[in-house]
Every structure is written in structure tokens, then in C-alpha cells.
Design a protein around this ligand. Sequence first.
Ligand code: SAM
Ligand code: SF4
Length: 470
Amino acid sequence: MHLPNYIEAKSRNKKKYNRINFKLDSSIEKKYEGKKYFLKTYGCQMNEHDSENISAMLEAMGFTKVDDYDDADLLLLNTCSIRENAHNKAFGMLGRFKHLKEKKKDIIIGLCGCMAQEESVINEILDNYKYINFVLGTHNLYELPNVIDKSIKENKLQIEVYSREGDLVEGLPVVRENSYKAYVNIIYGCDKFCTYCIVPYTRGRERSRKKEDILEEVKSLIKDGYKEVTLLGQNVNAYGKDLYEDYDMGNLLEDIAKLDIPRVRFMTSHPWDFTDKMIEVIGKYSNIMPSVHLPVQSGSSRVLKLMGRRYTRESYLELFHKIKDMVPGVAMSTDIIVGFPGEEEEDFLETLSLVEECKFDNAFTFIFSKREGTPACKLDDKTPIEVKEERLQRLNDVVNKYFLENNKKLENTTLKVLVEGISDKKDMYYGYSETNKLINFTSDKELTCGEIVDVEITSAKTWSLDGRVK
Ligand code: SAM
Ligand code: SF4
């Protein structure tokens, strides 16, 4: 049993870690043929990509995927702990699984992902969810096959959570959800410790993958016909800092752009590490998509300081405008938190005025959620929830106004769209533009997913655009 420990999770000792290659134990390869698994993923793209690795490990053990948990022999939740509602959803699902366990005693239930790293979650599981078979942390995901095998043999609760990141594992198998768009991890963890955020505790310190391993992965995706890669990390701009003296995110982006891949995206960028070299490279290469997600969190320098964000309103705006000026046609998106402890009406008005100035193309807006173990959890928070909800509504009204205004400017223009499928309306295709806008469109000829087509935009909505293939 390894239980999570926040003191260890917070420590950042610079001890070297090993880089190891994943190998499935031959004794469990295809051992569970005929058994079925149900996997539910919560949270960000990194969790979605981890689930692609989880599926591949399970399938190598012989399991097949099912969409209905009633049909499964193994139920697995890949969880997120960024806000309280993500927690509640996962616990709600575990509650539903209890009835299945009562009916089918040998069913195996597992929980992995960020929630597994939290001390309070483990205590809750030990108190109220003892029927679970295993909990596996983010740092030892590669042990999943052995943990499942042991669970099936022993049928008693196993908790395997390493608080400190261990080895950096290469060569995990992957079953990609999509055959033309792929996620590629470039850096794990986060050292920023924004005061509200749980990620540095659940994902450990910043650890970059070697550039050769990343470039090889992208080359093999190109060989397999992939059209778009998204480089992933909690803070991709910190890429390379822990590994190289003279090779950083700017260099990596450039080396990937020189490969024969039509679309390169990256997320997420912290404003702190965004270098001029990166901006230059994004502007120079037409296959690096002109779409930058640059979370601001607040428009008030006072609140930014309380959040530990390491930049001010002024320095954010300077960076924002530099990117806008140097990358032609770039679409900017952001994340904003309202109701951070101590946020006053004047601070909130500064957030609104920053949004008025930046006119973001997209924005994810949240009410501050207390995360146990983070410094902000201990701050005095006098603002009533009703006031926070009202601020969120006022903020959403302003961000939505600019989404529509920006989209309206695209009417009667032609955008390059990567075809992703048939939309829910059935009579239209859908896909994303270079600036990451969702486009629903018609076509006289049949299209295949992964094709890039020219679409003339006929009408704009707040969250999408309609058009027809030229
Ligand atoms: N690393 C990214 C960055 O710094 O911009 C963000 C990663 S986080 C998964 C995505 C977003 O969740 C953050 O940008 C923030 O807006 C939001 N978030 C994180 N912790 C939160 C909390 N405790 N309450 C509300 N929103 C939170
Ligand atoms: Fe969380 Fe801040 Fe790290 Fe983003 S940069 S993951 S918000 S601590």
C-alpha cells in the first residue's frame, strides 16, 4: 500500500529521475480475453490522453471496451480534481457502481487520475467506498496491468499512490480516439504553484520528455496519416528547462513545424514563460496554428498577486498585444476565475475591462473552488456565493458578446477546416478552423474525416459558424 502525502507531493527536490521503457509482463498479456472494461474520463486533455494509454494497456491484457457499465467486468474512473464539481461527479459515479458490486461480486472497480493523489479522497474512500478494488496514482499509471491482475486474484482494496514523481515512462501503448488528430505529451507536472491550484500536488514537478522521443512520436504519427498534433503540458512553455541548457519550447515548436504535419497546436501556455522566440516561431510557420490559449485568471494585479500568478495586468496585456501583433490572424483564448478570496467589486471590474480590451475569441470561466491543501483554501473568503454567481453571469455576458462579434467578422470569408465528422444535425459536417473555431458546414460531395477543405462562412453564432464547402 502506498498512500498519498501532500508534504512529499509539494517538495521539489532536483534528484535525477530515471527514464524507463514500459513493458507489459508477458504472463498477463491477453490473459483476460473475453472480459470487458468500462472507462470514464473526467477533466483535461491530459487525462483524455492518459485514458488512451489506459485503454491500450487494458486491451493488451485482453479486455474489450464497452460503453455501458452494466456490461463490464472492470469499471475504471480516470478522475480530475481541478474543481469540486469534478470530484462530486466521480463520487456520484462510484455510488452508482456500488449497486453493481452488490449484484456482481467479482466485478473490479478502480479509480485513477488526479483524485487518487489527494489525501482527503483516500480518507473518504477508506471511510465510505470500501467496495472499490484499487486506487492508482498519476505517477504510477504504468503499473495498472499488474494492479488489476493482483486485484482480480486477491479481491481486496489496494491503494498504490506515489506522492513523489518516480520514473518518466516512455513507450506506453496507446489506442488513439481519433485517426487524424493526436495528443503528444511534451512535459509532465507543474512547478508554478498558483495558490488556488491542485495540479502541482497531483501531477508532480515539471519533467520534460526528451526532444528525440517527441520528434520520433510525431514522425510516426505523420507516417500513420495524422494531420494534427496537439503538444500537451500543464505549462508547455516550461518545456526543456529541466533538461537542456539551450533548447526550449521555441526550439521544439520550430523542429516540429519543420516536419511534414499540416497542423501543430499546443496547450496550455502560462504567460510567465512565453518567450519572444516562441512568438516568432508561431508567426513564421504556417503549420503552427494561429490560436493561443493564454490564461489570465484575473484582470486585477492585486488578485493576480494573491493567486501567485507571477505577472501583472500590465505585463499580461503587453504579452497579449505582442502576440496579436506578431502572429497574423491569431485567435486568443483564456481562462478566468471569479470570486477568488478577497476579490472585491473593483477587482472584478478590472477583469471585465481586461476582457473588453482583449476581446477574446474563446474563454473558459469558473467560480473559484476551494481545493484542500492549497494556500488559497486557507484564505478568508467573505464574498457570498450569490455574488460570485452574479459576477460569473456578468462576465459570461461580456465574453459571449465578443465571441459573437469576432465570429461575425468571419462571415463571407473562407476558412480551412479539418473535417471531423457529421454534426448532430445529421445534414452537416463539422470540423475546426485553423483558429480553432467550430464550423458546421454542407458539402455537395462526400468528404472523409481528416481532410482539410475550404469552407465559405455563411453565418456566425456565438459558439460556432455555419458554412459550405467552396
Ligand atoms: N496550467 C494552466 C494555466 O496555468 O493556465 C491551467 C490548467 S487548469 C487544468 C485549467 C484552469 O482551471 C485554470 O486555468 C484555472 O482557470 C482553472 N482552475 C484551476 N484551479 C481552480 C480552482 N481552484 N477553482 C476554479 N478554477 C480553477
Ligand atoms: Fe495550476 Fe498554475 Fe500550474 Fe496552471 S500554472 S497547472 S493554474 S499551478
